[in-house]
Design a binder for this molecule. Structure first.
Ligand code: C2E
Ligand code: MG
Ligand code: MG
Length: 693
């Protein structure tokens, strides 16, 4: 039998007689229906037997027409069969489309990155997509029939009530409501993991109740979507945290502090409260950074921040203003003294040394206090006045706290103008050097001179370094000053040498910042060459801080200087750090015992064990020793007996201008014409106590 595919595929209707000449109509129908589902068959027959009709209809015929037939009847049945066939085809097409659409939607729902759910009228899950397993760790089956609250974080249940089981379905329906859901796998933890979602939902109503009145329709439940926004939320939180917090210490930053201060001020203005603002600045922190490096500086700052946190209560705000500056807001003080108590507590808590990267650091702070209402009624003024009070502490010796007073304002302005004047002082040649002799007791003569800077200020008169060196260090101007001091001191030395005074050395104080400069060694060498000085007549006085630095470039610079013959001496020895390890690492020539130890030498009091230790160290390391600040014959005698031969102090001479030094050095008899506290007296004293032998 030929393939029916091409010829029969589009045939809508076949009229078949049961009795055909060489084939049965029923067999032919079976053959047709086997090959095509769309071709309809109407069986026509003269057979009066009812069985033939039944067999035809069972075999798949849509109609059975007995011959002879009425043409109209035939026409009607053909029309009906064709109409039904068309309807069935449409139906099949629609069913296929529906199936496809359902498959597609099921795919979309199951693969959605969002949670998709339906709730019944009681808020119980009727459906939830598979995303719930990866997102919250629940299987779909275990949630079906459970109330939506079983996955909602307890604190969010009231807000979730409106979002999850929304009844409205117009544009008033809830959209993007933030609800936190619980992760099943972390429920046993003290702090379960929470998934932040935004939920949008609409109510579902019975459309078939026939009523046009929306209120009369039966509420069936809710259809909703929950989108996971945890990562976005975290990113947003990080961004807003970073905008308002300091990245190193994670403390509130300047803008958050100001915001909180303003907020507290408006409250205090209503309730008549007292507010305290503390401005904290770590003393000489720049030196830590310069000497140790910024990594250590940062670690130390984090440690300091942690300690400061322990000094404030939950409602107070500790902030980092930047660098080594911190501020504290005390929003509800009982009285002004409350702020001083906290400031005292902060100074106390800093007393214990810090251990950072295996090193011990001692940190002190200067704290200024401003109070609302007496010291200002805006955030800016309070902060400014606390800052001014802090500067006052710095100027009067650091490591203390002070409350703002109106008088400080005046001093502050003076200080600011002093800083500006300092910048000009270098160009205007307002500096001069005074020299303080260093005496060898055994040799009974001046062996060295320490160059000490003075500033001939146009209005304030002669200023000592205490009033401007710190400021110069903080502003970086100190390097220009050192350049001037070095050239001036070396020039002076050259003049003395020309006059035959070749047995002297000159000491110059250098700031640790100098060693940061890459051309430091070069500049020293230039000065020596320019004034034709032998390197061993120059001594550089440095402070201990510098030696705590493992920075190889600093050690390298010192070695280069040492190899040239330049002497390096440690000033104020014994006052800064306890570790003496550096004495082995650095090429040190001598140490200067700090005045504070010399001052303790009074008759009737035992010599401090520290002094004994210092003398032992100098001997042990083969270091030259100079005692500073010798003021009394007793001090001189004791130091001499302890084995310290070289001394410097008011007992022998105050620092004096170069011309006067020259007078003394050139003409021993001139001693008699100089001031009473001058060398003459000391040398006489030397004789009188029998040390001049
Ligand atoms: P220093 O290097 O320890 O200098 C000794 C200080 O003690 C000097 O103060 C000196 O006048 C004072 N002094 C000396 N003998 C006695 C005494 O018997 N009793 C008392 N009470 N004081 C005595 P000055 O000149 O005010 O210098 C203070 C500090 O300023 C110096 O301490 C030094 O660290 C720094 N300095 C001075 N000149 C320079 C400089 O050119 N550059 C740098 N970077 N710092 C300098
Ligand atoms: Mg010195
Ligand atoms: Mg000193």
């Amino acid at each position: 039998m030929p393939s029916p595919r091409s010829s029969h595929k589009d045939t809508a209707l076949v009229l078949l007689d049961i009795h055909l000449p060489d084939i049965s109509g029923l067999d032919l129908m079976e053959w047709i229906t086997n090959f095509t589902t769309s071709t309809r068959v109407i069986m026509v027959s003269a057979d009066a037997n009812i069985d033939s009709a039944i067999r035809a209809l069972r075999g798949g015929a849509v109609e059975y027409i007995r011959k002879p037939y009425d043409l109209e009847e035939m026409q009607l049945k053909v029309d009906n069969a064709l109409h039904r066939s068309r309807l069935e085809r449409c139906n099949a097409l629609m069913t296929a489309r529906l199936e496809f659409s359902e498959r597609m939607h099921r795919f979309l729902v199951e693969n959605s990155p969002d949670l998709i759910y339906t709730l019944d009228a009681n808020g119980c899950f009727m459906f939830i997509n598979g995303r719930v397993e990866s997102l919250l760790g629940y299987s779909c089956d275990e949630l079906i029939g459970c109330k939506y609250t079983s996955i909602v974080y307890e604190e969010d249940i009231s807000i979730a009530h409106w979002a999850f089981s929304e009844r409205r379905r117009d544009n008033r329906a809830m959209a993007n409501v933030e609800v936190r859901l619980k992760d099943k796998n972390s429920l046993h933890l003290f702090k379960p993991r929470l998934i932040v979602t935004t939920v949008s939902a609409i109510g579902v109503y019975d459309e078939e109740c026939g009523s046009n009145d929306p209120l009369a329709r039966r509420f069936l439940g809710t259809y909703g979507v929950a989108q996971d926004i945890t990562e976005r939320k975290k990113a947003e939180e990080t961004i807003s945290f970073q905008a308002l917090h300091d990245h190193l210490t994670h403390l509130p930053n300047r803008s958050l502090f100001k915001d909180r201060l303003e907020h507290s001020l408006s409250q205090a203005k209503r309730n008549g409260g007292v507010i305290g603002v503390l401005f904290i600045d770590l003393d000489r922190f720049k030196l830590v950074n310069d000497s140790y490096g910024h990594a250590e500086g940062d670690d130390l700052l984090m440690n300091v921040a942690q300690r400061l946190r322990n000094c404030v209560r939950a409602g107070d705000t500790l902030a980092r203003q930047g660098g080594d500056e911190f501020t504290v807001l005390l929003p509800d003080l009982y009285g002004p003294e409350g702020a001083s108590i906290i400031a005292g507590k902060i100074l106390d808590i800093l007393k214990t040394p810090f251990q950072v990267r295996g090193q011990e650091f001692r940190i002190t702070a200067s704290i200024g206090i401003a109070l609302y209402p007496q010291d200002g009624n805006s955030a800016d003024v309070l902060l400014k006045n606390a800052d001014i009070a802090m500067y006052e502490v710095k100027a009067s010796g650091k490591n203390d706290y002070l409350c703002f007073t109106d008088k400080m304002n005046v001093c502050h302005h003076e200080r600011i103008s002093l800083e500006n004047e300092l910048r000009q002082a270098i160009n205007c040649s307002e500096f001069e050097l005074h020299y303080q002799p260093q005496i060898s007791i055994g040799g009974d003569r001046i062996v060295g001179l320490e160059a000490l800077i003075r500033w001939q200020h146009p209005t304030h008169g002669l200023l000592g370094p205490a009033s401007f060196i710190d400021m110069a260090e903080e502003s970086g101007l100190v390097c220009n000053i050192t350049d001037w001091v070095l050239a001036e001191a070396c020039g002076q030395m050259a003049k003395w040498r020309e006059r035959g005074l070749v047995d002297l050395r000159i000491s110059v104080n250098v700031s640790p910042l100098e060693f940061e400069r890459s051309d430091f060694v070069e500049r020293i060498k230039c000065n020596l060459a320019r004034f034709q000085l032998p390197a061993n007549c120059l001594e550089l006085e440095i402070t201990e801080n510098l030696l705590l630095n493992d920075d190889s470039s600093i050690i390298d610079k010192m070695r280069q200087l040492h190899n040239q013959g330049v002497r390096i001496s440690i000033d104020d020895f014994g006052t800064r750090y306890s570790s003496l390890n550096y004495l082995r690492k650095f090429p040190i020539s001598s140490i200067k015992i700090d005045q504070s130890f010399v001052r303790e030498l009074v008759e009737g009091v035992h010599v401090s064990p520290i002094l004994h230790a210092i003398l032992g160290i100098a001997q042990g390391f083969g270091l030259h020793l100079v005692a500073e600040g010798v003021e009394t014959p007793f001090q001189m005698k004791t130091l001499s007996e302890l084995g310290c031969d070289e001394m410097q102090g008011y007992l022998f001479s105050k620092p004096i201008p170069g011309v006067k030094v020259e007078e003394v050095l050139m003409n021993p008899f001139s001693i008699h014409r100089t001031t009473p506290v001058f060398l003459r007296d000391s040398l006489i004293t030397l004789k009188s106590i029998g040390l001049d032998t």
